[in-house]
Write a protein that binds this ligand. Structure first.
Ligand code: ZN
Length: 89
């Protein structure tokens, strides 16, 4: 439970003493909080390493590609090789 409280207080996830943000944001003024690069207490690095989102990108490609294949295969299965759906564009 203390982990959740410290998360909302913006404490370092490694040592739970240093602050993650050096400037608080304001959602009503569309201001994002400013994050420290490293913890002042333990030196823990807060930034994500390069390639952090590659797994999500490949998963997204797989979902999109399978969705397109499903849509095209059902279209051609029920309508034959009819491309009249493209006439509207
Ligand atoms: Zn720390």
């Amino acid at each position: 439970m203390s982990q959740i409280i410290k998360m909302f207080l913006g404490k370092c996830p490694h040592c739970e003493k240093g602050q993650v943000f050096y400037k608080n944001g304001n959602p009503f003024l569309f201001q994002m909080p400013k994050m420290n690069k490293n913890c002042q207490e333990c030196g823990h690095r807060f930034e994500r390493e390069p390639g952090y989102f590659f797994g999500a990108m490949y998963g997204s490609y797989l979902c999109d590609f399978s969705s397109i294949c499903y849509r095209l295969s059902t279209h051609f299965l029920y309508n034959g090789w009819n491309f009249s759906i493209l006439d509207d564009y």
